[in-house]
Design a binder for this molecule. Structure first.
Ligand SMILES: [Zn+2]
Length: 332
């Protein structure tokens, strides 16, 4: 006999360690407390939640430990935490969401042989430089959905971005946010690198956990290759450095240099300022410079999700899954 909805919810948060926001996003709109009296509604509640969060419904119907549907093929980069408990929740949530997003993005172009140089040239034939919105437009144009997560499976977020592969298709879930698009453009270009370089196995996922200084010193070959791809795509050179320009700037000088030197070289000014940051580690100066470069900053998540909202074929999802995806996107 299944437990009450209230106890079921507690089981999801305590045994499966899912966040309240993830459980609420997955909880169907039609549920009311009176439905606890109906065995079919009780079962349907569990199926509905299981589908969205990537749980095995059988483990929810009985009062046992909720089990995530996952295998250990997903690759984690810079993972810190409880591998046994946290990884299944993150993988299952991301894979289930990625599947829905791909379903709601019916048209696609196969991604074989995508190279940074060719992609850069094709975007630059229409734009002076490559920024976050250009990357989003490119990805949606070839049928790779991208959303920004406003709901995380676990209470501790610690995720930067994730790429999911579903039957030869891809979806990208961004997690880290910024007021300044260049930060997120780099993460997105890095995920495109993982996809283009074939780092993600079929029906699997690659999860980049939080980017820390410590992580930057301990990158594996795939991380280095994806970073080089991103740098090549955004600046035209996988080994790009700011060179002699990279010393002792004030934030205003850095902003002026980035604004004057970036566009003629096909580089978004914010990206140029970030390159300065990676070389000098003067992040305080860089943050202030970004404030000068972007006169009206908008959170990257809201830009990303408003584009996604217009691009997704919501009808393909059905009401319940559409409502879940909406909630995960922060109600966009
Ligand atoms: Zn990575």
């Amino acid at each position: 006999m299944p437990d009450s909805a209230h106890r079921f919810r507690t089981r999801l948060s305590q045994s499966a360690r899912l966040s309240d926001s993830a459980i609420s996003a997955a909880w169907p709109d039609w549920w009311s407390d009176a439905a606890d009296a109906s065995p079919s509604a009780v079962a349907e509640l569990r199926f509905s939640v299981a589908r969205k969060l990537g749980l095995d419904p059988r483990s929810l119907l009985e009062e046992e430990q909720p089990r995530f549907i996952w295998d250990d093929s997903a690759k984690y980069k810079n993972f810190k935490g409880d591998e046994e408990k946290d990884r299944p929740a993150i993988t299952a949530f991301g894979t289930s969401l990625g599947r829905m997003l791909v379903k709601a993005t019916p048209d696609f172009v196969p991604l074989e042989g995508l190279e940074a140089e060719g992609l850069r040239k094709s975007i630059l034939s229409q734009k002076p430089f490559i920024g976050l919105i250009d990357l989003l437009a490119f990805l949606w144009g070839i049928g790779v959905p991208v959303i920004h997560l406003r709901v995380f499976p676990l209470v501790a977020k610690r995720m930067c971005a994730m790429a999911v592969r579903v039957h030869g298709r891809y979806a990208i879930l961004l997690a880290q946010d910024s007021q300044y698009p260049a930060n997120i453009a780099f993460h997105l270009a890095h995920e495109i690198g993982h996809i283009a370089l074939g780092h993600i196995g079929e029906n699997s996922a690659l999860i980049d956990m939080e980017d820390t200084n410590e992580a930057r010193d301990a990158k594996d070959d795939e991380e280095i290759a994806a970073d080089r791809f991103a740098l090549h795509l955004l600046t035209g050179n996988p080994d790009f450095t700011v060179g002699k320009a990279g010393e002792g700037h004030s934030s205003r000088q850095l902003a002026e240099q980035a604004l004057s030197l970036g566009p003629p070289n096909g580089i978004e000014p914010g990206t140029l300022a970030l390159c300065y940051g990676y070389e000098t580690a003067e992040w305080g100066v860089v943050q202030k410079a970004l404030g000068h470069i972007y006169t009206s900053p908008i959170p990257a998540w809201s830009v990303t999700n408003s584009i996604a909202n217009g691009q997704l074929s919501w009808d393909e999802l059905g009401d319940e899954n559409a409502s879940f995806v909406h909630a995960v996107m922060g109600g966009a």
